[in-house]
Design a protein around this ligand. Structure first.
Ligand code: HEM
Length: 144
């Protein structure tokens, strides 16, 4: 399979994974604003959040596998001047941690244990934006 087809698949899987990383915390903002009596609205939001989180895992795994294929399979980002790849892998670890944190927060809502405010989730929602900008800058510009 040619390198460019793998890179194409990588960008598509990364983009799809980020759609979930952006939208799931937005659902958490709405869940944190649901008034205690609105069980129907909470149930609707929980259904969306559960489906989205389950959908994000295979996309994350495909994004990471296609990246590793280019990195270890084709040796891109392995020679000298590969500081950008090391930086990028650091960001990937943070993204995997963020994905995992979303799962824990979702289980918190499922068990009615959430105590965080919608403002906290609005700030939490901005984190993947910063990580995306940093990762894409490193891999496209390769500054070091
Ligand atoms: C284990 C995780 C990952 C590895 C090993 C990896 C590795 C790579 C490699 C080797 C390339 C090709 C670079 C080139 O041809 O110049 C690449 C391209 C790319 N990666 Fe990743 N990647 C990973 C995860 C991610 C993530 C999480 C993002 C988004 C935040 C991302 C965004 C991109 C983009 C946008 C490109 C295309 C760059 C270009 O066309 O110049 N990757 N990745």
């Amino acid at each position: 399979m040619s390198y460019l087809w793998i890179k194409t698949a990588h960008i598509v899987f990364v983009t799809s994974w980020f759609a979930g990383l952006f939208y799931l915390p937005r659902i958490f903002v709405n869940l944190a604003m649901v008034s205690p009596g609105s069980t129907a609205e909470k149930a609707r939001l929980m259904l969306m959040a559960g489906k989205l989180y389950r959908f994000m895992l295979p996309l994350a795994l495909l994004a990471l596998a296609s990246g590793v294929w280019m990195w270890l399979g084709y040796g891109v980002g392995r020679g000298p001047d590969s500081g950008w790849m090391h930086g990028k892998l650091g960001i990937v670890l943070l993204l995997v941690g963020y994905h995992h944190a979303c799962g824990r927060l979702l289980r918190g809502f499922e068990g009615d244990r959430n105590r965080r405010s919608h403002r906290w989730y609005r700030v939490f929602n901005e984190v993947p934006v910063l990580l995306l900008v940093a990762a894409v800058t490193l891999v496209v510009v390769k500054p070091f």
